[in-house]
Design a protein around this ligand. Structure first.
Ligand SMILES: Nc1ncnc2c1ncn2[C@@H]1O[C@H](COP(=O)(O)OP(=O)(O)OP(=O)(O)O)[C@@H](O)[C@H]1O
Ligand SMILES: [Mg+2]
Length: 463
């Protein structure tokens, strides 16, 4: 029971005010740990002709950041939000934008709109006076028609329309994506005041820019990493404060650590703990470990099917040692892990579970099996030509696996890096400058005996 016995309706209302486990956050009050990104985006988008691209792992909070910024900056109206699918084309996305940009909920003075749309050169309106426009009546095929149509929105929608183009990476055709690069270039040349905010995985940015190299400087790029600790704590505190509950410090740390910085996991665990409290006959003032574990079990059950499936493929109906190896993989803060360090974690885990570790060659064989499709390819090589480095197929998997390990009473180390400067290894990617170890990190690595890592790095630098 909560707050002296809230009705289910009041409880759900309160819960929804502070937690959004199933959708993006759209307001500054609920967007935590991203203050710097919001300020940077705000400053960047202030310039005419500049747009933004937010990229990062699945579930890290791209849509939330994009929509919150759009709602914050949009004046006179609501921002225009569109999503992309596999089959989306430049034309379909543009049609969608224009349709959403026109306030369709109102009866429309079709004369005014038809004049506007005809001037924009994107087709006529067949609807009669005071009828709504529907999507068959707009057809934007070329980049120049899109520029005219967006220009039109600056009078019809608002002076500066903010447009979020979500999941840009979903668009399969490179050719279609490239047209957005040309669009950005042309919008800049014509000083059109619309602001486009794209979200997607990193790879799609290359093809976006590939369309027009010079559009690169017109795109403010934001790489979203997992949520920093302060943001994680803020979500937790904000949620439980709403119900007048205090969270034990150790539980707070557990939720923050297990989530691995994927805010959805925090929302889920907090939601399930609160539901457990609400459905109990007891009155609660604070959240202890036993409530946390109940909430965690429920949260694990409601994690998305695709993430659960990978873990099931790798472990169900198999020897327990596969679980131990996967848990070992999610130990320590390093996302990219060296085989030697994984086996160290494995031995540590076996010790704490009081089981006999596998011998070296069996460990190697089972570890290799986890890379195979029959095991959901749960582990993949991390650094191309450097064979001893591995990571999870998807970073979001690690949080889920940490939760599963915790469910079995296993305490993993979430905080410490096994490799000094792991963030450097993580940054080896297409969009981040390669950062070798600093002198101090190098010295720490040497002290820890990570010479193989240093040697690898030196080789890499010589290339
Ligand atoms: N900064 C934040 N503060 C609080 N909650 C957040 C924050 N960012 C995201 N969330 C929450 O995390 C979850 C995932 O967020 P979001 O949908 O924005 O991620 P995404 O990166 O767009 O995911 P996907 O790649 O699946 O589209 C949502 O439940 C959202 O409410
Ligand atoms: Mg999203």
């Amino acid at each position: 029971m909560l707050c002296g016995g809230l009705s289910l309706r009041d409880f759900m209302h309160k819960l929804h005010k502070v937690l959004r486990p199933t959708g993006p956050v759209v307001s500054m009050e609920l967007l935590f740990g991203r203050e710097k990104h919001v300020t940077d985006l705000e400053l960047a988008l202030y310039a005419t002709g500049r747009h933004a691209f937010i990229y990062g792992d699945r579930g890290v909070g791209k849509t939330s950041l994009a929509q919150t910024v759009a709602f914050k900056l949009q004046e006179e109206n609501d921002p225009i939000l569109v999503g992309c699918e596999k089959e989306s084309t430049f034309s379909s996305v543009m049609n969608d934008i224009i349709l959403r940009g026109i306030p369709q909920d109102k009866k429309i003075d079709t004369q005014g709109w038809s004049v506007g749309l005809n001037v924009a050169g994107i087709g006529g309106i067949s609807a009669g006076k005071n009828q709504k426009i529907n999507n068959t009546e707009i057809n934007i095929e070329s980049v120049s028609a899109a520029v005219r149509a967006l220009q039109f929105l600056t009078t019809a929608h608002s002076k500066v329309p903010y447009i979020v183009i979500d999941e840009f990476d979903q668009i399969e055709s490179d050719l279609e994506r490239q047209k957005f690069g040309s669009l950005i270039k042309q919008l800049g040349d014509q000083a059109c005041e619309v602001k486009l905010i794209f979200t997607g995985i990193g790879d799609s940015l290359v093809t976006l820019i590939g369309g027009h190299k010079s559009s690169e400087r017109q795109i403010h790029q934001v790489h979203l990493d997992s949520l920093p600790l302060n943001g994680r704590f803020q979500i937790i505190d904000n949620a439980f404060n709403e119900f007048g509950l205090i969270v034990e410090e150790s539980v707070r740390y557990k939720i923050a650590g297990l989530s691995d910085g994927f805010p959805n996991y925090i929302h889920l665990i907090c939601e399930k703990i609160l539901l457990t409290c609400q459905s109990s006959t007891k009155e609660f003032n604070s959240i202890d470990y036993s409530l946390f574990i109940k909430g965690l079990n429920d949260a694990i059950d409601s994690v998305s099917e695709t993430l659960r499936q990978s873990y099931t493929d790798a472990t169900e109906g198999r020897d327990e040692s596969y679980k131990h190896i996967i848990w070992a993989m999610s130990d320590m803060a390093d996302l990219t892990r060296h085989k030697t360090h994984i086996s160290e974690s494995y031995v540590k885990i076996c010790k704490s579970l009081d089981v006999v570790p596998l011998d070296k060659s069996t460990f190697e064989r089972k570890f290799s099996a986890l890379k195979k499709p029959a095991f959901g390819c749960i582990i993949i090589p991390a650094l191309g030509n450097r064979p001893a480095w591995f990571r999870f197929r998807e970073n979001m998997l690690r949080g889920y696996i940490r939760m599963r390990a915790e469910q079995h009473g296993l305490e993993l180390d979430f905080q410490n890096y096994r490799v000094a400067g792991e963030h450097s290894a993580r940054a080896i990617g297409k969009y981040a400058a390669y950062k070798p170890l600093t002198n101090i990190e190098g010295r720490v690595a040497k002290l820890r005996g990570d010479d193989d890592w240093l040697d690898d790095l030196k080789k890499e630098l010589r290339k």
